[in-house]
Write a protein that binds this ligand. Structure first.
Ligand code: ATP
Length: 368
């Protein structure tokens, strides 16, 4: 199977519209959620714990009924509108890669992969198994049992099994959770390559911001049962819709700002130029990223003054936390190269580049 072959079978675009779902007497978990994923794209659904990611995935897979809304893949309606249509999971052409422990322990790798292939003759099953195992980098592993594989290899077999019936859509439910961080990056990259090769549309549920930004073509941030923003990783990071999204997808520096007559904003870190006109706002929250701040000599003219309260060293860079005079919340400054500061030292802080002014303040309550 290749991307072209799959694309010829018709568009695999996922359309979710107005999806609403409550459990029992509880309030709605999904509140009119909309999401579109173009054919062949990998979209990450990212959000804090309890925001409704798994509920969305289960409705798209057909395991749960929605209260309202529709799910469509290409021109096939799978769910809704209302209670009108509910295609059963096995007829959706949707492949699922669950969290850990997905493989049948008593079946060989090859039998795990062919498990979902119904109505396919033996020769074709064999051909498809070999093709899928090769696709996920496990050619020759067909006779092994799952316990003879590493965690990363097991997840790749789970992907091969999901892809074998040539699904239009693949759903991945936090599939890398059980893997240690060293292994995770490699398995993620392999999974992305395999998905691209098939041309299937894919949705990856995760609460890991780094995973979403580094793996997906599109990231949909879910907040309170709706998509707060859906964009490419770069646009999401560089142009977040509001301070909540900004802080959820990365480290954010949020400062109160007052717009000056020249269109700049006065903040506790000094005057900050704005990347876009303030759109009628006179005050608001100025958003910067920690890599836009520089540590300077405390006496440098124009720099804000503060005290270093914490230093976290990551190898490739470090995050220095500074308590800035006249500002309650500590600010994070990403420092590349050698570290020359220690907690307790006085420092200056300077802003480099433009900030974005938002009407709304506040940071997410990080649970996920
Ligand atoms: N079967 C159920 N019955 C009642 N409430 C449920 C059920 N399943 C989920 N919920 C509730 O719905 C909300 C959303 O749950 P869901 O599992 O979709 O969130 P999530 O974003 O996937 O969370 P996590 O990242 O922690 O897995 C939560 O408040 C949860 O307690």
């Amino acid at each position: 199977m290749n991307a072209k072959e799959n694309a010829n079978e018709g568009a695999n675009e996922l359309h979710v519209e107005g999806l609403t779902k409550s459990y029992g007497d509880g309030g709605p978990v999904l509140r009119g959620l909309d999401l579109t994923v173009p054919t062949g794209a990998l979209a990450a659904v990212l959000g804090p714990s309890g925001c409704g990611k798994t509920t969305l995935l289960r409705i798209v897979a057909g395991f749960l009924h929605a209260d309202a809304g529709t799910v469509r893949v290409g021109d096939r309606v799978l769910t809704g509108p209302g209670a009108g249509v509910h295609v059963p999971p096995e007829r959706r052409r949707v492949g699922i890669v669950p969290q850990e422990g997905a493989l049948f322990p008593h079946l060989s790798v090859a039998h795990n992969v062919t498990f979902g292939l119904k109505g396919v003759d033996r020769a074709e099953r064999r051909r498809r198994t070999e093709e899928m195992l090769e696709l996920v980098g496990l050619a020759g592993y067909g006779d092994r049992m799952p316990h003879e594989l590493s965690g990363g290899q097991q997840q790749r077999v789970a992907l091969a099994r999901a892809l074998a019936p040539r699904p239009q859509l693949v759903l991945l439910d936090e599939p890398f959770n059980a893997l240690d961080s060293a292994l995770r990056a490699g398995v993620r990259a392999d999974v992305r390559t395999a998905l691209r090769a098939t041309g299937a549309t894919a949705v990856l549920v995760t609460h890991d911001q780094q995973e979403a930004l580094s793996t997906a073509d599109l990231v949909a941030v879910v907040r309170d049962g709706r998509v707060a923003q859906c964009d490419t990783p770069q646009d999401l990071y560089r142009r977040p819709a509001d301070p909540w999204v900004a802080d959820f997808v990365g480290d954010a520096v949020l400062l109160p700002g007052t717009v000056e007559t020249d269109g700049t904003a006065r903040t506790p870190l000094g005057v900050v130029s704005l990347g876009a006109p303030p759109a009628g706002l006179r005050t608001g929250t100025v958003l910067l990223r920690p890599e836009q701040l520089r540590l300077t000599d405390p006496t440098e003219e124009g720099a804000a003054r503060g005290t270093v309260t914490d230093v976290c060293y990551y190898g490739h860079d470090a995050m220095v936390t500074v308590s800035v005079d006249g500002h309650d919340a500590p600010v994070g400054i990403r420092v590349a190269g050698p570290l020359r500061v220690r907690p307790g030292e006085e420092t200056g802080v300077r802003v480099v580049g433009a900030g974005a002014l938002h009407a709304e303040g506040g940071a997410p309550d990080r649970q996920g």
